[in-house]
Design a protein around this ligand. Sequence first.
Ligand code: PGA
Length: 253
Amino acid sequence: MRKKIVAGNWKMNKNLQDGMALAKELNEVLTAEKPNCTVIIGTPFIHLAKVSDIIDHKLIGLSAENCADKASGAFTGEVSAEMVKSTGAEYVILGHSERREYYHETYDILKEKVLLALANGLKVIFCIGESLEEREKGIQNQVVKAELEGSVFNLSAEEFANITIAYEPIWAIGTGKTATADQAEEIHAYIRSVIADKYGKQVAEDTSILYGGSCKASNAPELFSKVDIDGGLIGGASLKVADFKGIIDAWKK
Ligand code: PGA
């Protein structure tokens, strides 16, 4: 049975003190009322070590939002997968459209990052998704397939078991425009079929595919009710415990 997941992506928000306060509050709330899904928070690098110390890792998984495409050495300002792992984090988000667009992360760069993350024992939340222009041209399926083929389909089936896919249509990220549940389900089912073609039906059935893009407590229940939507990757609504908890609770409906 594949996992149901609600993962937060704080992006470049919260200073260290505010981030720790948010993690602490979430930990308290989930200790008092256990979630019935896997909960993960993705924080900036500088928060990882301290947040790792204050959360109960059985309740909340910890993720970086990026890692370097090199193992170690003279790469000023970069943070390696090994360093991420040494903080106590279990996951890393890779391939976010903001990284692809603003920091020019190509399929090949992402392929290296994924390999280094897995080699260092991190699980990967791998983001894919089309732009508005691509959706309007009707080529969203080709786009997500190319993203998978370009950066993760080189993996063995055993390695691929450590990958969670996050489908995030770029036009829905931070815009308040959510894909409808039917629109999301249609492409999630397609993504699962592409994984099945590559790795077989069982691997595809076991892969969690999250939806991301203006997901909130009000639309999460409908999105999560779809057979191929296994949870969400949450940006804005992960920055307040009440909002994030509302999405986590969608799995109780
Ligand atoms: P959003 O971001 O929930 O703020 O739209 C989602 C994401 O980019 O992961």
